[in-house]
Write a protein that binds this ligand. Structure first.
Ligand SMILES: NC(=O)c1ccc[n+]([C@@H]2O[C@H](COP(=O)([O-])OP(=O)(O)OC[C@H]3O[C@@H](n4cnc5c(N)ncnc54)[C@H](O)[C@@H]3O)[C@@H](O)[C@H]2O)c1
Length: 319
């Protein structure tokens, strides 16, 4: 059992804290916003209820409740002092992260490891020299208590032992840490997701497709094959000459890097910001975000259970 400090209790932080608590660790959670910190137990408890309902919770945590395992800390010092692993899950700006890392230098113990959840920043130049050997990125996907992939990558000065400690800790909780040899901005899954987003928002902006057409194409076309064949095994089944032809004959030109998207700008300006607002591309009716999250989680859990029995197809790599 380790002492885990999670800094930032927002969308990701509270849910990462929950994963460590479910994994049997003692967790301290802090945020500069008291309102965000106060909201965290309710969100964690709702996720715990969904997991319990699906039979995915160990009996110990059901008896103890999450309150015993996650301590809300009013100050950064309270959260970090004595922690073995410090998870940084604060806002995605270089300035905020650099300021936090500077504070952590004097608060973290001499052996404590810092793991950042940054989505795409190269945080390593922002880290004080004294922490560089003990700093790495461990990037989670939402919701972290259901999605197992965690991208793990060190910087030029990271100690391989620190990377291995974090990898082993994550793996022991049933997660699927993927250790990268080099920092790739956006990792792999986020880059693929970004390519899909660029394509879809360009088609919407051009008025060529509707939101329903986009999501139905993905649900009925892409979704069935992805869990079994992913991308490269599917290419082997298609046949590589055809894959090569489609890629190089000019019939498909990827959209230029989008600097602005009129559809998204319009929706955001109208306050249609997504599930939290009850409307985004789709109208989510009168149901609260908590209800919608629970419905999403229930369905994802059903799928996850089914996929456990269906192993993906992947041979030995040849390149
Ligand atoms: N939202 C996602 O799906 C997702 C997925 C993977 C990674 N990430 C990354 O995780 C990090 C957090 O993202 P989020 O979506 O949870 O953001 P969020 O805005 O929901 O939460 C960030 C929290 O950090 C707090 N904060 C800001 N400065 C702080 C400080 N100095 N000390 C303590 N708390 C501070 C804020 O009050 C806020 O509650 C970002 O780096 C983001 O890129 C997000």
């Amino acid at each position: 059992m380790s002492e885990i400090a999670v800094i930032g209790a927002g969308t990701m932080g509270h849910a990462i804290a929950l994963v460590f608590a479910l994994g049997g660790h003692r967790v301290r959670l802090t945020d500069t916003s008291q309102a965000t910190l106060d909201r965290a137990p309710g969100l964690m408890n709702a996720a715990v209820e969904t997991l319990a309902e699906a039979g995915e919770l160990g009996p110990a945590i059901q008896e103890k409740g999450i309150g015993q395992s996650v301590r809300l800390c009013p100050s950064l010092a309270d959260a970090v002092t004595g922690a073995d692993i410090v998870i940084e899950a604060i806002i995605e700006t270089e300035a905020a992260k650099a300021a936090l890392f500077a504070q952590l230098e004097s608060l973290m113990g001499p052996d404590a490891i810092l793991a950042s959840n940054t989505s795409q920043l190269d945080i390593f130049p922002l880290v004080p020299e004294a922490l560089k050997a003990r700093t790495l990125i461990a990037h989670w996907y939402t919701p972290p208590y259901l999605v197992d992939l965690i991208d793990v990558v060190g910087g030029p000065k990271s100690d391989p032992a620190a990377i291995e400690t974090v990898r082993a800790t994550l793996a022991a909780m049933g997660k699927a840490p993927l250790v990268f040899q080099k920092f790739v901005p956006g990792y792999i899954a986020n880059r693929i997701q970004a390519a899909i987003a660029a394509e879809v928002y360009t088609l919407l902006d051009a008025g060529l497709v509707t939101p329903e057409e986009v999501d139905l194409s993905v649900i009925h076309g892409l979704a069935l094959r992805l869990p079994v064949l992913a991308v490269l095994a599917k290419a082997d089944f298609t046949g590589l000459p055809l894959v090569n032809t489609v890629l190089t004959n000019g019939s498909y030109v990827p959209p230029a890097e989008p600097k602005q998207n009129a559809t998204l700008d319009r929706l955001v300006a109208e306050g249609r910001t997504g599930v939290m607002a009850g409307k985004g591309f789709f109208d989510w009716g009168d149901r609260s975000p908590a209800e919608l999250f629970r419905e999403r989680d229930r369905r994802l859990l059903q799928l996850k259970k089914a996929l456990r029995g269906i192993k993906p197809m992947m041979g030995a790599a040849t390149v």
